[in-house]
Design a protein around this ligand. Sequence first.
Ligand code: FAD
Length: 408
Amino acid sequence: MDDKIAVIGGGPAGMIAAGTAGLRNKNVSLFDKNNKLGKKLFITGKGRCNITNDSDIETLLQNVIVNNKFLYSAFYTFSNYDIINLLKKYGVKTKVERGNRVFPESDKSSDVINALKKYLIDNNVKIMLNKDIKNIKLNKSGKFNIFFNNDSFETFDKIILATGGMSYKQTGSSGDGYKYAKTLGHSIVKPKPALVPCEVKEAWVKDLQGLSLKNVSISAYNKSSKIFEDFGEMLFTHFGISGPIALTMSNYINKYVHDKIEIYIDLKPSLSEDKLEKRIIRDFEKYSRKQFKNSLNDLLPSKLIPVIIKLSSIDGDKFVHQITKNERRKLIEILKSLKLTFEKFRPLNEAIITSGGISTNEINPSTMESKIVKGLFFAGEIIDVDALTGGFNLQIAYSTGYLAGLNC
Ligand SMILES: Cc1cc2nc3c(=O)[nH]c(=O)nc-3n(C[C@H](O)[C@H](O)[C@H](O)COP(=O)(O)OP(=O)(O)OC[C@H]3O[C@@H](n4cnc5c(N)ncnc54)[C@H](O)[C@@H]3O)c2cc1C
């Protein structure tokens, strides 16, 4: 008779793992504490779900910045094109956007969840919702007793832990899997926030709350050494900065947070200082009879203008023809390197992913089986691997889920 398999966690990793195990005629039950599957998947990509990234495997691996070698086998066995094809089979057409990000054509994450649900149903997986697993114990015959919130328990031959990380706890990912794995003898690399917004000292960011800048460059310095630089989109918030490049930055500056970190935003990265000066001179000629505060609309989004004027210390009521060369230079300096002082990361619950988790040294990378406990498998964000934004974290979930489902 088939082994009895329990998959714990109905996120993308657990759904792919369970469906794949079911495909092999296993007796599979998928448990989730929520009343529906894929609660976190639902909010991915601002509800549009950046499913994966349309690039080659080497590029996928380069975008995994913690323990990428561990994923070699997983990515080659179940690639980005495998998930795209699987979703297509279940009715989800995809499209590719900036940065090779793949989205459902419908822009609806719910379509991805529904397709994965069909994969489960097609493969006879028993979907067990509202099942909050409280504990897992190995019994004397080497099987797993899974204890539920009402103190009842059920015995399984094998289990796949796919309980995710511990950010956005309201989605169900509360770090429970780390606890169970530890009880079963695994080491946990301390969970920390990753891809997380940054708080800064400068109070003026509050005035820019909600302002998204599409083509800017950010660099970060620690003791005058450059520790990060990237170009793209960022967002001002009431506490500091977020958006793709700010989130990416968080993964690179996290080892320097005990020192002072200065962040510089180049608001006009495509213009050298000379070119920017020429551009401003042109604008100032055009608006020479206007007040300074009314002369920057061609150059900057309106929300940014009062802040830049304040930081430049140039009187906003001054007529443009009265602005001195030194004042113009000061303005250019601010536009090319708007300074922010890093204070701290937002809390783990606001992070896009959790860094840390089950140590990769204790998992077989070709099967996702524990090297410590036979019959125990891991999949998804619970494992100590982290990737950048762009669909790479979901790809980790599907690829590791697939290997676990294939080998359990
Ligand atoms: C706001 C936001 C946007 C994101 N956008 C993207 C994106 O566009 N593209 C991308 O690649 N990545 C994105 N991510 C990251 C991505 O969502 C995660 O990396 C991915 O969901 C991890 O999948 P998982 O299956 O390992 O875990 P999860 O999706 O966290 O699923 C774990 C499941 O386990 C269940 N569970 C936990 N404990 C128990 C228990 N004790 N008993 C029963 N069930 C339990 C939970 O209820 C949950 O459903 C985003 C994350 C966030 C927070």
